[in-house]
Design a protein around this ligand. Structure first.
Ligand SMILES: [Fe+2]
Length: 229
C-alpha cells in the first residue's frame, strides 16, 4: 500500500470518527518527529502499540479487504500473566461498506465488538473444532448485550447502532459494514496483534508500505522500523 493512500485513509477515517462526536486521544495527532523526540516518554504508547493501524492484510485490495483501527488503550501482557492490573484494551475501528475483515480467531483475547454508528455491522461466526479450525457443523453460541444467542455454523449476526457481541477466544469471526460504512468499538482483554490473531486464510496482519510521501502520522506497524530507541 502506498503511504499516500494510507495518509488519505487516515484523514478520511479521522473525519468519519469525529462525525460521531468521538475524539481520539492526543497521541493520535503527534507527527513522526514528535514521536521520535518524545520516544522515552511515550514508551507506553509505542511499546503498547497504541495508535493508528490501517491494514489491507498485505493483499493490496483495501476497499474489499481491510480495516481501519486506532488502538486507544492497551494493558500489559505481564499484568495478564499476574491476573491483576491493566488487563484491558480499547480500539475504535471503521469497516467500510462491504469491506471484509477476514475470518480469524484469538487465542487469548476476548472482545466486545460494538456498532457505534453508521451502517449495520454484520459478523459471520463459527465455533472452533477440536483442532482449532472453524467448525462447519457446530451451533454458534454468543452473547449479545447480555442476551444469549445461537446461530447455525457460519451464521450471520447483524448489529444495529448501539448493539454489541461478546466474542470469547476461539470464536471465529469475519465482519463488514452493510448499507454504509460503520464505526465500531472494541473493548477487550489486553491486545497483542503480533501473536494473538489466527487467520483462516494465509494472510498477514499488517500492510507493506511503499514510501511515496511522508507519513502524516505513524502507524503502529511503523514504530519498530521508523523510530530509533
Ligand atoms: Fe477479532
Amino acid at each position: 500500500m502506498k503511504r499516500s493512500r494510507v495518509n488519505e485513509i487516515l484523514r478520511e477515517g479521522d473525519s468519519f470518527i469525529r462525525s460521531f462526536g468521538y475524539l481520539l486521544p492526543p497521541f493520535a495527532y503527534f507527527d513522526p518527529a514528535e514521536m521520535q523526540r518524545r520516544r522515552g516518554e511515550l514508551a507506553a504508547v509505542i511499546d503498547g502499540r497504541l495508535g493508528w493501524d490501517i491494514t489491507d492484510y498485505g493483499q493490496e485490495r483495501f476497499d474489499e479487504l481491510g480495516l481501519f483501527l486506532v488502538t486507544v488503550r492497551n494493558g500489559m501482557a505481564g499484568d495478564l500473566a499476574r491476573g491483576r492490573g491493566m488487563l484491558y484494551a480499547e480500539k475504535i475501528m471503521i469497516s467500510r461498506k462491504d469491506q471484509l475483515s477476514p475470518m480469524h480467531r484469538h487465542v487469548v483475547k476476548a472482545e466486545d465488538i460494538i456498532n457505534r454508528g453508521g451502517g449495520k455491522l454484520v459478523l459471520e461466526l463459527f465455533m472452533s473444532d477440536a483442532a482449532g479450525d472453524p467448525d462447519a457443523e457446530a451451533e454458534v453460541s454468543v452473547t449479545t448485550d447480555g442476551v444469549p444467542r445461537t446461530l447455525p455454523a457460519g451464521g450471520l449476526l447483524a448489529l444495529d447502532t448501539g448493539e454489541s457481541v461478546t466474542l470469547l477466544p476461539g470464536v471465529w469471526h469475519a465482519f463488514w459494514g452493510e448499507g454504509a460504512d460503520v464505526l465500531i468499538g472494541e473493548v477487550s482483554t489486553v491486545n497483542d496483534d503480533l501473536t494473538d490473531n489466527v487467520f483462516r486464510e494465509p494472510i498477514g496482519r499488517f500492510s507493506t508500505i511503499e514510501e511515496d510521501e511522508a507519513p502524516l502520522h505513524l502507524l503502529v506497524s511503523d514504530y519498530e522500523r521508523l523510530l530509533t530507541k
